[in-house]
Design a protein around this ligand. Structure first.
Ligand code: NAD
Ligand code: TDX
Length: 353
């Protein structure tokens, strides 16, 4: 049985990893999370009393706390997801992004290295530090081509720059100290438990409340969408079978313009609201001022993880979108406290004059 430490397990992707690990493996799991505005223990309600699950409330920057936790748990792997994750928030306030995504990753690497050095040779070889990162480190694509593991970094937003710095640190700790690190760079995720500052959950909740759906610019920016359960499955494979020192790109092979995504969502709401086809889109879609530095297109070539590990997306975008809408319709008790509390859905990311 593996012992895993997950950082950021109260977030969107981390909580999916935690739920899958408990439901689908025999591994035990410790979730280290600071519970920022984006962390939510309600996302872990189904596993919180499982004897293989433990929650530790703490900051990855807190060396004494993390050192003591690793010495006590003796994990076989660390899966690092803790981060500030929202591009718009990074535009208006980058300090927490630098602190968690760069200083925090550095602190976690140092703690992990200290712990790893205490292991036997066998355990050292088997150990993995998996850093979960984003395709945004590669910058922005024109109308053709794909990001892959060999694409040069070219981050454009404070968020992506901080993630690129984090990836460089992880890679350096592998090269310099021999820590068995693996990095994954994934495209846009969507699905249940997604914090409603992000495009898809924000549009779903606004559509449910008959509020305007703010599309940045002309809606022609393209993202490559991956259902979160498929991403978590890839991460479980990588933490077990990823080769040390390697990077793996993960994508959904599901490129869509933002306007197509929002129009598709509106189409799902027409029958729910007993409206003729196209009516929800006509009433609610509103074009608003663009995001500063808005990356035009992301698209991932995930051939490496597909051929090496046999992973591929299992959920089509259309099916995943429908499941996601159904989940938000059925789980008001998860998102209403957020909308009535830490985030009411107001526009983020416009620089203050
Ligand atoms: P999220 O914002 O939903 O969750 C982040 C979690 O990290 C929260 O639970 C938060 O409390 C925790 N956290 C933040 N700062 C912390 C700190 N200093 N110490 C401990 N915990 C802290 O993020 P997400 O969307 O689940 O993303 C998870 C990871 O995956 C991030 O590293 C992100 O960059 C990466 N990623 C996300 C996407 C996506 O589409 N969401 C795509 C590719 C990669
Ligand atoms: O209200 C909106 N209107 C809109 O048009 C919002 C919130 C977004 N958008 C656009 C901007 C993007 O082109 O939709 C697209 C998706 O936006 P976000 O949901 O903010 O995601 P993105 O900026 O693409 O980044 C996401 O994917 C990569 C995650 O937030 C990152 O953590 C991940 O690394």
């Amino acid at each position: 049985m593996k012992k895993l430490v997950v950082t950021g397990g109260a977030g969107f992707i981390g909580s999916e990893v935690c739920r899958q690990v408990i439901a689908q493996t025999g591994w035990s799991l410790v979730n280290l999370d600071k519970l920022t505005y984006a962390g939510n223990l309600q996302s872990l309600a189904t596993i919180e009393s499982d004897p293989r699950y433990e929650f530790v409330h703490g900051d990855i920057c807190d060396r004494p706390l993390v050192d003591a936790m690793l010495a006590r748990i003796q994990p076989d792997a660390v899966m690092h997801l803790a981060a500030e994750s929202h591009v718009d928030r990074s535009i208006t306030g980058s300090a927490s992004f630098i602190q968690t995504n760069i200083v925090g990753t550095h602190a976690l690497l140092e703690s992990t290295l200290g712990y790893w050095k205490t292991l036997s040779t066998d355990k050292k070889d088997q150990f993995r530090f998996l850093a979960v990162s984003t395709d945004e480190v590669y910058g922005s694509l024109g109308p053709t081509g794909y990001f892959s593991e060999t694409t040069a970094f070219d981050p454009r937003s404070p968020y992506s720059a901080s993630k690129a710095a984090s990836d460089h640190l992880v890679s350096a700790w592998g090269h310099t100290y021999g820590l068995p690190v693996v990095i994954s760079n994934c495209s846009n995720n969507y699905g249940p438990y997604h914090f409603p500052e992000k495009l898809i959950p924000l549009m779903i909740i606004n559509a449910m409340n008959d509020k305007p759906l703010p599309v940045y610019g002309d809606g022609s920016n393209i993202r490559d969408w991956l259902f979160v359960q498929d991403h978590a499955r890839a991460l479980r494979l990588l933490v077990e079978h990823g080769r040390p020192g390697e990077t793996y790109c993960i994508g959904g092979r599901a490129e869509r313009t933002n306007i197509d995504v929002v129009t598709a969502l509106c189409g799902l709401f027409d029958p729910i609201r007993s409206r003729p086809a196209g009516e929800t889109a006509k009433r609610l879609i509103t074009f608003v001022q663009d995001r500063p530095g808005h990356d035009k297109r992301y698209a991932i070539d995930s051939t490496k993880i597909e051929t090496e590990l046999g992973w591929k997306p299992s959920v089509s975008f259309e099916h995943g979108l429908r499941c996601t809408v159904d989940w938000y319709l059925a789980n008001r008790t998860w998102w209403e406290p957020i909308i009535n509390g830490v985030y009411a859905g107001t526009r983020l990311g416009l620089p203050v004059a």
